[in-house]
Design a protein around this ligand. Structure first.
Ligand code: GCU
Length: 657
């Protein structure tokens, strides 16, 4: 970006703290992050002298000062807010809770100072709320600097090393703290040669990033390559059961902690899409993960070990091999074998961050293993931050899914290892390319804190903070974003079949783009029907990886939810959905409806010209135009493809090419 361009403040513009300006805010106690909160108080234009309007402190500090306060929940990072004798009191369990309590006051707006404020406890559902950056130090030939990044270059790295100037990182850390994110992995899970050396050669530089994160309660994590002992240590092996390998990792990790005492841990993509791993030595992923876990354990660090392991050299002729099965088949035999500080990080679906997939059966398959749910904030398969797609609605649906049926827990509470998500941020002036994609980052943090939260209420909160109180603007952004995920689904790949994107970039339609490739992502459309038979009776058996009630539900087309029909079944074009529409007519209807919806959204935005900052207006307008163009391309390519394959005309006689 151009150094003279003002960076957009995302959801923390000056106006977000206007209700606190001129108020007296006292921060009691000397907790480590209390100074951060004092800095916030000052920049909000609040004062510390005089009779307080607001008091914040840890429960212990408040008690020592004789201040009555609502009781803070026991869990780490918790806080409670309430009113006592005309004063708003935030009582925090610990220093991090103090910081989160401050930002809760910001979110509340004027209500934070109202006598009607009732005591409310807040505690995070998960201790680990992480963002993964797929940033490279160097530019990558094909991907650019950030793998699947749609918002410019890395805010951490430039010119082959950690940036000298980290003010952008400091702003980012503040924004993340305000939504409760407490861990950040700074580099890509595909660890290339230069990035492998971060672990050894760049520790002092990484320590500078960690120092910027620290006042905001964020710990730095690093993606490492499993081949590090060979690449960096000069060993001839990285066999996890070789004692030399174990001691290399122990020493390397010791040096990391000597430089970054609060280092969070390692993130590992092993035996996946060409990354090295334990399979090369005939070892299991438990052997591999435990190797690193044991190096980290003495220092309190953890391993995020990704379950995204599958054969990416599949023969498309082979109908029995099913990529969707892979993670479960690899990892369930290892349940109970992972050390306590290993978290197996599982993508929400069994394939790869599609617009619609069933929740991965691995979550119910591992009962004695800590699991993290991995989401993708960056819009790899959902329009590259050129399309306005609010993912909070999708994530809430995933988090509310009950892997064991109604009587069991929701996924959002089942994952004891917390949440992780691929960030959508770069050095773009709006941080996220599409200004409305900021809502996704915001929603991720808020849902990681409270998976039961209503995604549309979160969106509303984000709109209020970012755009202020103009009700027309509020209504318009709701109109654009509330149903945007389903609208995107309606003009792209139908009924859970996935992909149909251009290979490589994953942007725009290409119905057969992946059909005859080694990637295992097929739709099997022919003249009679479409979809992947994953039933136990006649298909790949994937449906059988689920416990009841899902295994039975997914086994037959009649009991499979329509939106997942083609994920689980190959059906004729004339197959009727639950509302009586045939699959082929549904494809036509929803493609037409999807494009029409995008048109309405673009017009709605055009009507608020002058009510939002000019630069935001222009950027969003430009992207809505591209979304409309792209949606039209999707509609016409899909409709033409299916008309030509099936020979079934549109019942409504619309133009199909
Ligand atoms: C997808 C994505 C890759 C990424 C991979 C992963 O396949 O296209 O760019 O590396 O996921 O999650 O590891």
């Amino acid at each position: 970006m151009n150094a003279t361009d003002a960076v957009h403040p995302m959801w923390l513009p000056a106006g977000a703290t206007a209700h606190l300006a001129g108020r007296t805010v006292a921060v009691v106690g000397e907790a480590p992050l209390a100074d951060t909160v004092r800095g916030e108080v000052r920049s909000a234009g609040a004062v510390s002298e005089g009779t307080p309007d607001v008091v914040l402190g840890t429960a212990t500090a408040l008690e020592a000062a004789g201040i009555t306060a609502p009781s803070a929940p026991e869990a780490a990072e918790s806080f409670a807010i309430g009113r006592r004798d005309g004063v708003t009191v935030v009582s925090a369990r610990d220093a991090a809770g103090l910081l989160y309590g401050w930002f809760a006051l910001v979110r509340l707006g004027a209500a934070a100072l109202d006598d009607a404020l009732v005591d409310t406890p807040h505690s995070p559902a998960h201790a680990v709320r992480m963002l993964d950056h797929w940033d490279n130090v160097d530019r990558h030939e094909v991907m650019g600097q950030i793998e699947r990044g749609y918002a410019g270059d890395s805010i951490f790295f430039a010119n082959g090393r950690v940036r000298d100037e980290l003010s952008r990182v400091a702003e980012y850390a503040r924004l993340l703290a305000s939504i409760g994110v407490n861990r950040v992995a700074v580099n890509n899970v595909n660890v290339h040669r230069r990035e492998a050396r971060l672990l050894t050669d760049d520790l002092d530089e990484l320590a500078r990033i960690a120092a910027v994160f620290r006042p905001w309660g964020i710990r730095l994590h690093l993606s490492v390559t499993f081949a590090s002992p060979i690449l960096l240590g000069g060993l001839d092996t990285s066999d996890p059961l070789d004692a030399r390998v174990a001691s290399w990792w122990a020493e390397a990790t010791h040096r990391v902690y000597a430089t970054i005492p609060d280092f969070g841990g390692y993130l590992v993509k092993a035996d996946s899409e060409g990354q090295p791993g334990p399979f090369a030595y005939g070892r299991t992923h438990a052997d591999g993960a435990n190797l690193l876990a044991r190096a980290l354990a003495p220092h309190g660090g953890m391993v995020h070990w990704r379950a995204f392991v599958y054969n990416h050299h599949q023969d498309w002729r082979d109908r029995r091999t099913d990529r969707a099965r892979a993670a479960y088949d690899h990892f369930t035999p290892l349940d109970g074998l992972f050390d306590d500080n290993v978290v197996v990080q599982i993508k929400y679906g069994p394939m790869d961050f599609q617009t619609r997939e069933p929740v991965s059966p691995l979550f119910s398959g591992l009962n004695r293993t800590r699991q993290a749910l991995e989401l993708q904030v960056t819009q790899e398969y959902t329009g590259h931050q050129l399309h306005a797609v609010y993912l909070g609605v999708q994530w809430a649906e995933i988090l509310r899914f009950r892997p064991f049926g109604d009587a069991g827990p929701a996924l959002g509470s089942l994952v004891r290892g917390g949440l992780a998500a691929v960030s959508n941020v770069g050095d773009d002036v709006f941080w996220t390319g599409h200004p409305l994609a900021q809502a996704n980052l915001y929603a991720y943090g808020r849902l990681a804190w409270d998976p039961d939260a209503d995604p549309l209420a979160i969106l509303d909160e984000w709109i209020g903070l970012t755009f202020g109180t103009d009700e027309t603007v509020r209504a318009t952004i709701h109109e654009i974003l509330d149903d945007s995920w389903r609208v995107y689904e309606s003009y792209t790949a139908p009924l859970g079949v996935g992909f149909m994107v251009r290979p490589g970039s994953h942007y725009g339609p290409d119905v057969d783009g992946y059909e005859y490739t080694p990637w295992g992502t097929y739709h099997f459309a022919d003249r009679d029907g479409i979809g992947v038979d994953r039933s136990v009776a006649t298909g790949t058996g994937f449906a059988g990886q689920y416990p009841e009630p899902w295994r039975t539900a997914y086994e037959r087309p009649e009991t499979t939810p329509d939106e997942l029909l083609l994920f689980f079944h190959h059906v004729p074009y004339g197959h009727r959905l639950h509302d009586g529409t045939t699959v082929i007519q549904h494809i036509y209807d929803t493609r037409f409806a999807g494009l029409a919806a995008v048109e309405r959204k673009r017009d709605a935005w055009a009507a608020i010209a002058g009510r939002v900052p000019e630069a935001v207006f222009a950027r969003v307008s430009e992207r809505l135009d591209e979304q409309l163009r792209s949606a039209r391309e999707w509609r016409d390519q899909l409709n033409s493809y299916f008309l030509r394959k099936s020979g079934v005309p549109d019942a409504k006689g619309r133009t199909i090419y």
